[in-house]
Design a protein. Sequence first.
Length: 221
Amino acid sequence: MDISKIIKAIDHTCLKQAVTWEDIKISCDEAADLGVASVCIPPSFVKQASEYLDNRMPVCTVIGFPCGYQTKATKVYEAKDAVSNGAQEIDMVINIGNLKDKKYDLIYQEIIEIKEAIGDRVLKVIIETCFLEDEEKKAVCDIITKSGADFIKTSTGFGTYGATIEDVLLVKEHIGKNVKIKAAGGIRTLEDAFAYVEAGVERLGTSAIIKLINKEDVVGY
Protein backbone atom coordinates (compact mmCIF):
# COMPACT_ATOMS: atom_id res chain seq x y z
CA MET A 1 0.00 0.00 0.00
CA ASP A 2 1.27 3.47 -0.90
CA ILE A 3 0.36 5.68 2.06
CA SER A 4 1.32 8.82 0.14
CA LYS A 5 -1.68 8.33 -2.19
CA ILE A 6 -3.99 8.33 0.81
CA ILE A 7 -2.37 11.33 2.48
CA LYS A 8 -2.71 13.48 -0.65
CA ALA A 9 -6.43 12.62 -0.89
CA ILE A 10 -7.54 13.34 2.69
CA ASP A 11 -9.86 16.18 3.69
CA HIS A 12 -9.24 15.83 7.43
CA THR A 13 -12.71 16.34 8.86
CA CYS A 14 -13.88 17.75 12.19
CA LEU A 15 -17.62 18.42 11.93
CA LYS A 16 -19.28 16.89 15.00
CA GLN A 17 -21.96 19.02 16.64
CA ALA A 18 -20.12 19.55 19.94
CA VAL A 19 -16.75 20.38 18.40
CA THR A 20 -14.64 22.96 20.28
CA TRP A 21 -11.79 25.23 19.24
CA GLU A 22 -9.35 22.85 20.89
CA ASP A 23 -10.69 20.03 18.69
CA ILE A 24 -10.35 22.23 15.61
CA LYS A 25 -6.80 23.25 16.52
CA ILE A 26 -5.76 19.61 16.95
CA SER A 27 -7.26 18.74 13.56
CA CYS A 28 -5.49 21.68 11.94
CA ASP A 29 -2.15 20.60 13.39
CA GLU A 30 -2.68 16.98 12.37
CA ALA A 31 -3.60 18.01 8.83
CA ALA A 32 -0.69 20.43 8.44
CA ASP A 33 1.88 18.09 9.97
CA LEU A 34 0.96 15.26 7.61
CA GLY A 35 0.36 17.47 4.56
CA VAL A 36 -3.11 16.31 3.56
CA ALA A 37 -5.34 18.00 0.96
CA SER A 38 -7.31 20.16 3.43
CA VAL A 39 -8.86 20.41 6.88
CA CYS A 40 -12.68 20.45 6.75
CA ILE A 41 -14.33 22.32 9.63
CA PRO A 42 -17.58 24.11 10.56
CA PRO A 43 -18.09 27.64 9.15
CA SER A 44 -17.97 29.28 12.58
CA PHE A 45 -14.32 28.25 12.99
CA VAL A 46 -13.06 29.17 9.52
CA LYS A 47 -11.69 32.62 10.34
CA GLN A 48 -9.94 31.46 13.51
CA ALA A 49 -8.51 28.37 11.81
CA SER A 50 -7.34 30.31 8.77
CA GLU A 51 -5.46 32.73 10.99
CA TYR A 52 -4.06 29.90 13.10
CA LEU A 53 -2.86 27.90 10.08
CA ASP A 54 -1.39 30.96 8.32
CA ASN A 55 -1.40 29.24 4.88
CA ARG A 56 0.06 25.96 6.18
CA MET A 57 -3.04 24.10 5.01
CA PRO A 58 -6.14 24.86 2.87
CA VAL A 59 -9.28 25.34 4.96
CA CYS A 60 -12.46 23.68 3.73
CA THR A 61 -15.92 24.29 5.14
CA VAL A 62 -19.51 23.14 4.60
CA ILE A 63 -22.53 25.01 3.24
CA GLY A 64 -26.19 24.06 3.69
CA PHE A 65 -24.96 21.34 6.00
CA PRO A 66 -26.05 18.66 6.63
CA CYS A 67 -29.60 18.62 5.20
CA GLY A 68 -29.31 20.93 2.19
CA TYR A 69 -32.81 22.42 2.44
CA GLN A 70 -31.81 26.01 3.20
CA THR A 71 -32.84 28.58 0.61
CA LYS A 72 -30.51 29.34 -2.27
CA ALA A 73 -29.97 32.86 -0.96
CA THR A 74 -28.93 31.50 2.43
CA LYS A 75 -26.44 29.09 0.88
CA VAL A 76 -24.97 31.77 -1.34
CA TYR A 77 -24.55 34.07 1.66
CA GLU A 78 -22.94 31.23 3.66
CA ALA A 79 -20.50 30.63 0.83
CA LYS A 80 -19.55 34.31 0.51
CA ASP A 81 -19.11 34.59 4.27
CA ALA A 82 -16.92 31.48 4.37
CA VAL A 83 -14.68 32.78 1.60
CA SER A 84 -14.38 36.19 3.27
CA ASN A 85 -13.22 34.37 6.42
CA GLY A 86 -10.52 32.48 4.55
CA ALA A 87 -12.11 29.27 3.25
CA GLN A 88 -10.37 27.93 0.17
CA GLU A 89 -12.68 24.99 -0.44
CA ILE A 90 -16.47 24.71 -0.11
CA ASP A 91 -18.51 21.52 0.31
CA MET A 92 -22.19 22.31 -0.33
CA VAL A 93 -25.24 20.05 0.11
CA ILE A 94 -27.84 20.02 -2.66
CA ASN A 95 -31.56 20.33 -1.97
CA ILE A 96 -32.40 16.62 -2.00
CA GLY A 97 -36.13 17.27 -2.15
CA ASN A 98 -35.67 19.26 -5.34
CA LEU A 99 -33.82 16.33 -6.87
CA LYS A 100 -36.61 13.92 -5.93
CA ASP A 101 -39.16 16.37 -7.36
CA LYS A 102 -37.09 16.52 -10.57
CA LYS A 103 -36.60 20.27 -10.18
CA TYR A 104 -33.24 19.97 -11.84
CA ASP A 105 -33.08 23.59 -12.92
CA LEU A 106 -33.23 24.74 -9.28
CA ILE A 107 -30.33 22.49 -8.30
CA TYR A 108 -28.29 23.63 -11.30
CA GLN A 109 -28.93 27.32 -10.60
CA GLU A 110 -28.00 26.94 -6.94
CA ILE A 111 -24.66 25.33 -7.80
CA ILE A 112 -23.96 27.95 -10.45
CA GLU A 113 -24.60 30.83 -8.05
CA ILE A 114 -22.51 29.33 -5.28
CA LYS A 115 -19.67 28.68 -7.72
CA GLU A 116 -19.90 32.30 -8.86
CA ALA A 117 -19.88 33.48 -5.24
CA ILE A 118 -16.65 31.64 -4.39
CA GLY A 119 -14.70 32.43 -7.56
CA ASP A 120 -11.75 30.16 -8.29
CA ARG A 121 -11.98 28.29 -5.00
CA VAL A 122 -12.77 24.57 -5.02
CA LEU A 123 -16.47 23.61 -4.97
CA LYS A 124 -17.58 20.11 -3.96
CA VAL A 125 -21.26 19.20 -4.32
CA ILE A 126 -22.65 16.74 -1.75
CA ILE A 127 -25.50 14.59 -3.09
CA GLU A 128 -26.12 12.34 -0.02
CA THR A 129 -26.30 9.02 -1.87
CA CYS A 130 -27.99 7.17 1.00
CA PHE A 131 -31.28 8.95 0.21
CA LEU A 132 -31.16 8.54 -3.57
CA GLU A 133 -32.26 5.96 -6.11
CA ASP A 134 -29.77 5.07 -8.85
CA GLU A 135 -31.66 7.10 -11.46
CA GLU A 136 -31.51 10.15 -9.18
CA LYS A 137 -27.76 9.67 -8.77
CA LYS A 138 -27.36 9.56 -12.55
CA ALA A 139 -29.49 12.69 -12.97
CA VAL A 140 -27.52 14.69 -10.44
CA CYS A 141 -24.24 13.60 -12.04
CA ASP A 142 -25.44 15.27 -15.24
CA ILE A 143 -26.46 18.45 -13.40
CA ILE A 144 -23.11 18.72 -11.61
CA THR A 145 -21.17 18.03 -14.80
CA LYS A 146 -22.93 20.91 -16.56
CA SER A 147 -22.59 23.26 -13.57
CA GLY A 148 -18.80 23.52 -13.60
CA ALA A 149 -18.36 22.31 -10.00
CA ASP A 150 -15.00 20.73 -9.22
CA PHE A 151 -16.15 17.65 -7.28
CA ILE A 152 -19.14 15.45 -6.64
CA LYS A 153 -19.17 14.22 -3.04
CA THR A 154 -21.09 11.14 -1.92
CA SER A 155 -22.19 12.00 1.58
CA THR A 156 -22.24 14.32 4.58
CA GLY A 157 -21.52 11.54 7.07
CA PHE A 158 -24.73 12.50 8.85
CA GLY A 159 -27.12 10.42 6.72
CA THR A 160 -28.21 6.81 7.20
CA TYR A 161 -24.92 5.62 5.71
CA GLY A 162 -21.91 7.11 3.98
CA ALA A 163 -19.88 6.29 0.90
CA THR A 164 -19.95 2.88 -0.76
CA ILE A 165 -17.75 1.50 -3.52
CA GLU A 166 -20.89 0.71 -5.51
CA ASP A 167 -21.99 4.35 -5.44
CA VAL A 168 -18.52 5.56 -6.36
CA LEU A 169 -18.42 3.26 -9.38
CA LEU A 170 -21.90 4.39 -10.47
CA VAL A 171 -20.93 8.05 -10.13
CA LYS A 172 -17.65 7.47 -11.95
CA GLU A 173 -19.57 6.03 -14.89
CA HIS A 174 -21.99 8.97 -15.18
CA ILE A 175 -20.06 12.06 -14.05
CA GLY A 176 -18.21 14.18 -16.61
CA LYS A 177 -14.44 13.96 -16.99
CA ASN A 178 -14.14 17.52 -15.66
CA VAL A 179 -15.56 16.52 -12.25
CA LYS A 180 -13.58 14.68 -9.57
CA ILE A 181 -15.04 12.38 -6.93
CA LYS A 182 -14.93 12.73 -3.14
CA ALA A 183 -16.04 9.84 -0.94
CA ALA A 184 -17.08 10.64 2.62
CA GLY A 185 -18.77 8.99 5.56
CA GLY A 186 -17.76 5.71 7.16
CA ILE A 187 -14.17 5.62 5.90
CA ARG A 188 -12.50 4.28 9.03
CA THR A 189 -9.78 1.86 7.91
CA LEU A 190 -6.74 2.09 5.67
CA GLU A 191 -8.18 -0.74 3.61
CA ASP A 192 -11.33 1.35 3.00
CA ALA A 193 -9.23 4.37 2.02
CA PHE A 194 -7.11 2.41 -0.45
CA ALA A 195 -10.18 0.78 -1.99
CA TYR A 196 -11.73 4.19 -2.70
CA VAL A 197 -8.54 5.64 -4.16
CA GLU A 198 -8.12 2.57 -6.36
CA ALA A 199 -11.72 3.04 -7.52
CA GLY A 200 -10.90 6.53 -8.78
CA VAL A 201 -11.69 8.76 -5.80
CA GLU A 202 -9.46 11.86 -5.52
CA ARG A 203 -10.59 13.09 -2.11
CA LEU A 204 -11.53 11.26 1.09
CA GLY A 205 -13.64 12.95 3.77
CA THR A 206 -12.57 11.27 6.99
CA SER A 207 -11.72 12.00 10.61
CA ALA A 208 -10.14 8.62 11.39
CA ILE A 209 -7.48 7.90 8.79
CA ILE A 210 -4.82 10.39 9.94
CA LYS A 211 -4.78 8.78 13.38
CA LEU A 212 -4.27 5.37 11.78
CA ILE A 213 -1.50 6.64 9.54
CA ASN A 214 0.26 8.19 12.52
CA LYS A 215 0.38 4.88 14.37
CA GLU A 216 3.66 3.05 14.16
CA ASP A 217 1.97 -0.13 12.96
CA VAL A 218 1.16 1.33 9.55
CA VAL A 219 4.80 2.04 8.69
CA GLY A 220 5.75 -0.06 5.72
CA TYR A 221 2.33 -0.12 4.06
